[in-house]
Design a protein around this ligand. Structure first.
Ligand code: TXA
Ligand code: MG
Length: 357
């Protein structure tokens, strides 16, 4: 057990004295959970191997799954990466700080423990005042995965972090809810054409617009099956898993009423088998399930999938906390904009238990 301190820092105007306190923990080789605009991260000094190792231990993360290096300025980009292609410069100048992670060639300065001994490094500049202030004040890039226990949904509030990591980390910064609620989009720029490794808070369509070319989108990036470990080491592990059974029910969302009625049939079928199901669904269709007496967790409107993404991990955790629910069924969403990130998370959380109606 580690003694865990909790520090409340205002996300709008971070108190410099509090940021200094947190940065001191990083500089001394401690590990700190901090907010970003996507999800909470669990950070350590990138250049301190012992500290980075503590991050893997605290999360119980397999050591072959590399971490993202978080930077606060462009000098740090050239410190951790080499052979930075013009495409990276264009994307970074357009989208950083922001929820886009670029996979680049690693510099010798980044210890192998951070990148799982790969020759690439994942880099991003987060758009969160507390994250940026913490990196600046620490004086080093911060290596950080999401601040959850390995395999659990990523934390979108400090309470989620406390739930998973209290007693395992030195400090948890509480700055309230994150903005996007899903992790950053990861693009591998070491390949030509570039490959989408993980859809996330930055829509693929916007990345493609700046690149002027289409990304390669492998099936695993859509949450369809396991990844080739050589390409995406993290994607072979079960992810985002609620402890209860989850089934994703996909279909034709253009006929929404018809679709929801078919989902309801699947759910009622489970109920007749003696299971007590809940449904994760859109605002538009929630009443159809409610009217049938089914427990509902509303994710948000299909017309604004940003809200759906934002509520997703909280909803997955909520299912686990419902004593009178045995399993969950999730509606599917169109794979456009943030919808691609949502479907990737849902399919993976279900362990690829997908039904088509
Ligand atoms: O939004 C985010 O990206 C959050 C916040 C905290 O920044 N971070 C995050 O980290 O989601 P994590 O570790 O949960 O997910 C990072 C993913 C992992 O699947 C990992 O395998 C992959 O990025 N990754 C990191 N470095 C890599 C590398 N060198 N090559 C291939 N994949 C890499
Ligand atoms: Mg993670």
């Amino acid at each position: 057990m580690v003694e865990t301190r909790i520090l409340r820092i205002d996300p709008e105007r971070p108190d410099p004295a509090l940021v200094r306190e947190a940065a001191e923990v990083v500089r001394r080789g401690g590990i700190v959970a901090f907010p970003t605009e996507t999800v909470y991260g669990l950070g350590a000094d990138t250049y301190n191997e012992a500290a980075v190792r503590k991050v893997f231990e605290a999360k119980m993360r397999p050591v072959d799954n590399p971490l993202i290096v978080h930077i606060a300025d462009f000098d740090q980009l050239y410190e951790v990466a080499v052979d930075v292609p013009p495409s990276a410069a264009s994307l970074a100048s357009r989208f950083w700080p922001g929820p886009l992670t670029l996979l680049l060639r690693k510099s010798a300065r980044v210890p192998g423990v951070v990148t799982a001994n790969r020759d690439t490094v994942a880099v991003r500049m987060p758009a969160h005042p507390v994250a940026l202030a913490l990196i600046r004040e620490s004086g080093v890039p911060i290596a950080a995965p999401s601040a959850n226990l390995a395999g659990r949904p990523s934390p979108t509030t400090a309470e989620h972090v406390v739930r998973d990591l209290y007693g395992r980390v030195d400090l948890i910064i509480d700055s309230g809810d994150t903005v996007y609620g899903v992790e950053s989009t990861i693009v591998d720029l070491t390949r030509d054409p570039p490959v989408l490794l993980r859809p996330g808070a930055m829509p693929v369509e916007e990345v493609e617009r700046v690149l002027g070319e289409r990304l390669v989108i492998p099936p695993f990036a859509r949450g369809l099956g396991m990844a080739d470990a050589a390409l995406a080491p993290g994607m072979k592990y079960r992810h985002y898993a609620p402890l209860k059974r989850l089934t994703v029910v996909e279909g034709d969302y253009t006929n929404l009423d018809g679709y929801a009625r078919k989902v309801l049939e699947v759910v009622l079928d489970a109920a007749t088998r003696g299971s007590r199901p809940a449904v994760l669904c859109s605002t538009e269709t929630a009443d159809i399930y409610r009217a049938a007496g089914i427990r509902v967790v509303e994710l948000g409107p299909r017309s604004n999938v940003f809200v759906v993404a934002r509520n997703l991990f909280k909803a997955l955790r909520a299912i686990d906390e419902m004593p009178d629910v045995d399993e969950a069924f999730a509606e599917g969403f169109e794979e456009k904009g943030l919808g691609l990130a949502v479907m990737n998370r849902l399919r993976k959380a279900s362990g690829f238990t997908i039904v088509r109606v």
